[in-house]
Design a protein around this ligand. Structure first.
Ligand code: PMT
Length: 221
């Protein structure tokens, strides 16, 4: 009997959104449900990997046999990722991490005022989780995602190069039947000397297909 394709490998997967507080009652976030990342975690575990899931706030149950670490903010996910990435073989960044956070979180609930119809929030850049992992001296095989609404191939390849990734899975998030918070997705996967289209399918089926590509490129490196 052949060993499962990820047998003996440590895989870290980020999933879900991050939340960036504005004040004690409000936050900035996005539409990620965590479904794609959790499907990857479940599939990787079934394929023999030891899986650690770094999860933003989602309403999903943790896949059987998977270790999960909960984080809320991008900064917390960044810290958790750096702590875990040192000791893993494959790192997959499926989380929708907020690129910016509020510069100064208000200590008390911000009040609506009668005299002003506008308000401004100053945002500062968050650390890039997957780029930081890919910059480690003993970097794991690092896979990113690219969520795009236009020029998918161009932006995905650009992100793979800029973030020093070994592979990137791009999805078009402008269509309602795929991407954020849907049961299905479609991916265009790129690595430095190849590409593969994975057609619209349930996220669990797609996760297995993506992990097969990852296992192949990991073994070839
Ligand atoms: O969660 P679901 O509802 O199932 O939806 C799945 C998904 C659409 C969220 C998922 O398939 C997806 O595309 N995830 C990546 C979302 C994203 O933030 O993409 P991006 O193109 O903005 O970021 C590029 C890459 O950098 C991603 O791997 C992201 O995790 C990573 N990143 C981005 C910013 C940051 N500060 N740190 C990061 O690690």
């Amino acid at each position: 009997v052949e060993a499962p394709i990820l047998a003996g490998l440590k895989v870290v997967i980020t999933a879900g959104p991050t939340r960036e507080a504005i004040d004690p009652v409000r936050y900035i976030s996005n539409h990620s449900s965590g479904k794609m990342g959790y499907a990857l975690a479940a599939a990787a575990q079934q394929l023999g990997a030891e899986v650690c899931l770094l999860s933003g706030p989602v309403n999903l149950s943790t896949p059987v046999g998977v270790k999960k670490i909960d984080t809320i903010t991008a900064q917390a996910m960044h810290q958790a990722a750096l702590a875990k990435a040192e000791d893993c073989d494959i790192f997959i960044a499926c989380a929708a991490v907020a690129d910016y956070r509020v510069a100064e979180i208000a200590e008390h609930k911000i009040k609506k005022t009668d005299d002003c119809d506008e308000m401004q929030l100053r945002l500062v850049k968050n650390p890039d989780v997957v780029a930081s992992v890919a910059a480690l001296p003993n970097k794991p095989f690092t896979v990113g995602f690219a969520a795009e609404t236009q020029d998918l191939n161009h932006y995905a390849k650009q992100k793979m190069a800029r973030k020093n990734l070994d592979m990137i899975a791009a999805n078009d998030v402008s269509k309602p039947e795929q991407g954020f918070n849907s049961e299905q997705n479609a991916l265009k996967v790129f690595w430095p000397d190849g590409e593969q289209q994975l057609d619209l399918a349930d996220k669990s089926a797609l996760a297995k297909q993506l992990l097969a590509l990852i296992a192949k490129q990991y073994a070839a490196q």
